[in-house]
Design a protein around this ligand. Sequence first.
Ligand code: CP
Ligand code: NVA
Length: 315
Amino acid sequence: MTRHFLKDHDITPAEQAELLRFAAAMKNDRHGFDSLNHQGRLRSVAVVFEKPSTRTRLSFQIGIAELGGHPVVLDSQSSQLGRGESIADTAQVLSRYVDAIVIRTFGDDRIAELAQHATVPVVNALTDGWHPCQLLADLQTVAEHRRESLHTLRGTKLAFVGDAAFNMGNSTVIACSMAGMHVRVGAPAGYQPADDVLERAAEINAETGGSVTVTDDAVKAVTGADVVSTDAWLSMGMKDHEQRVADLTPYQLNAALLGHAAEDAIVLHCLPAHRGEEITDAVMDGPQSRVFDQAENRLHAQKALLAWLIGGDRR
Ligand code: CP
Ligand code: NVA
């Protein structure tokens, strides 16, 4: 059966842990996994963008090449998608050429339709609802930090502050629950994860021992946290910048808020950051920031994902 990765919980908690171990091996031996194409398993991958991207574009394009495959990057303006060719027809055509389709798009209905009509694995490179590849990189970054203190991800306390009702908030809640972590969301009404996301997290946590709590008190969310994460207040495709800034300013990740976290807490941000809005320069550039390790880990985590999904590689 063709496996897709459209959201964090399209894999099991055990598979997520396996992927993270594989990603660490990929990072440890960056050019040691380039033989997949020689085995005829990873030749070409389409990477499709209907929204802008820097990190995702770079990490998939370079990662596929490092695995020995050939990335074909398409965007909506320069392909027939921009002229309205249907997603179903596009899925069928791409499936005749490539071993996998990676796509960044808007609604999750669009990626679901693509997966329904594709005969090769489809990977979510960000939708409005989910950013699961980002979370693999985030968890890899947290694991690197926790290893220093001889702990595992399980039981790690992560605070997510700001807009938790969009892709990064949803994926953080689910992927961290799958890792058995304790997530504390600090967000005002209207920016908190939807009930169905929290219900799914509760089901996962019953199995993994993790937890999710939601509060509108940013200090309460961050107090004692091992990891503090945030995301842009105005995601791609959103409007009402002024209103969102007004609503979310009390949730800015600044030195005062970070001061409530554990002394050795690390800071994550998927980037791009809007410095002075959701995060300050002092925190982004400070000693607790791991945002550039996190950006690098997109490469290793996605190489592991593609090798696992397409090549069937297991570590
Ligand atoms: N974090 C992330 O997905 O970055 P890009 O939008 O630059 O790809
Ligand atoms: N929530 C952000 C993430 C960017 C990587 C957005 O969707 O724009």
